[in-house]
Design a protein. Structure first.
Length: 397
């Protein structure tokens, strides 16, 4: 277990939280089976960064290729059910490989299988966010993959895109500093470098416009299910949420470590807003607010000054009808809004547990989502008012 639990980690590197997407063509070395030599090199880089308290999540393809190899199949057999069979057979092999490789560095790994539908659901989104953040806080490396075994959409055209778009959603989910998309090409080029020797690497993209998207229409690999266009789509999603995105050649020596250290390799897509601006704007806009919590003076102080979570004991009352995973506005006893947060409990549940100690929750409810009604990671504090300014207050009955 990490000795840094509950502490603010200082990595000394420019990027503290990184999501790395590893494509099938990279993990197989362009062949039909997982290449342990390639995977070992990638794991070594991740382990070195982990030792410097960089938080990392891997979004990994490779389950279908692993399943095909396990079953001894040499030719491609089309059809979604068959691909789901390959994913079911190969998922354990993929994770076993990661576990063995990370065990050399005494690093624990976890697996998270996700679908687009789960992340679109507010409760699923909250569950996934809380779990991934907790795993990173414990020093666990989480390997995320699409749940190909259950989800048809992810294997058909209505898919994340060989985990590219999934990796962008994960980066947004955990407020990552950087998303690294490793592939078998050095970045985004002015033309397809496989057929045009005059093609030039584009080192930096400040805005993803129609011209950039047209450049993404390059031929796809015959091993993975994504292509450059899905990587550009992923970059657009992530940069809108304040995440820097890099598309780079995965077999470049020490590529992950060098990018995390600030070296400029591949194509960098610059964020169009800060992470704080993006997340805070979404939470405090009021467009998604479903209710209101009024807290006592002690809880207000803990939220404002101590970066603490909101516990049931500090809640005076809940107003409105809202469910788990909804955004609620949070007010102090005199009616001043403190901020907004994503609630772990519904308005009905909070009506039962408000004012209660955390250890009493399980006995009061049929469910127990933990002691935090609003976790500090899911709370956006309003800016402090400047001298001479007057923040609007709403009377509390």
């Amino acid at each position: 277990m990490s000795k840094n639990i509950g502490k603010t980690k200082k990595t000394g590197l420019p990027y503290r939280r990184i999501v790395v997407k590893l494509g099938t063509s990279l993990l197989t070395g362009g062949g039909n089976r997982l290449d342990e030599e390639v995977m070992s090199s990638l794991v070594d880089q991740v382990a070195r960064l982990h030792a410097q308290d960089v938080e990392l999540i891997l979004v990994s393809s490779g389950a279908i290729a692993s399943g095909r190899d396990k079953l001894g199949l040499t030719k491609t057999i089309k059809g979604i059910p068959f691909k789901q069979v390959l994913a079911a057979v190969g998922q354990s092999g993929l994770m076993n490989t990661y576990e063995r490789l990370f065990a050399k560095y005494k690093i624990i790994v976890a697996q998270a299988l996700m679908t687009k539908a789960e992340l679109s659901d507010r409760s699923g989104y909250l569950n996934a966010r809380n779990t991934l953040l907790a795993l990173m806080e414990l020093g666990v490396i989480c390997v995320v993959n699409e749940n190909d075994v259950l989800s048809i959409d992810e294997i058909k055209e209505a898919k994340f895109g060989d985990n590219d778009n999934l990796s962008a959603m994960v980066a947004n989910l955990v407020d990552a500093d950087m998303l690294i998309l490793l592939t078998d090409i050095g970045g985004l080029f002015t033309a397809d470098p496989h057929v045009d020797p005059a093609a030039r690497l584009i080192p930096e993209v400040r805005k993803i416009d129609t011209g950039i998207k047209r450049l993404g229409a390059a031929p796809t690999s015959n091993v993975g299910t994504g292509g450059m266009i899905t990587k550009i789509e992923a970059a657009e999603k992530a940069t809108d949420a304040g995440v820097r995105v890099v598309i780079a050649y995965g077999r470049e020596p020490d590529i992950i470590f060098r990018l995390a250290s600030g070296e400029h390799l591949g194509t960098h897509f610059l964020p169009t807003s800060t992470k704080i601006e993006s997340r805070k704007r979404w939470m405090i806009s009021g467009l998604s607010t479903r209710g209101k919590l009024v807290v006592d003076a002690g809880a207000a102080q803990a939220l404002k000054k101590q970066n603490r979570s909101l516990l049931a004991a500090g809640i005076l009352k809940a107003e409105g009808r809202f469910g788990r995973g909804d955004i609620v506005a949070i007010y102090d006893p005199v009616g001043t809004q403190l901020g907004c947060g994503i609630t772990n409990y519904s308005s009905v549940d909070i009506g039962v547990i408000k004012g209660s100690h955390s250890e009493e929750i399980a006995g009061l409810l049929s469910v127990d989502y933990g002691p935090e009604v609003v976790h500090r990671n899911n709370f956006a504090l309003l800016e402090r008012e400047e001298p001479g300014e007057h923040r609007q207050t709403i009377p509390v009955d």
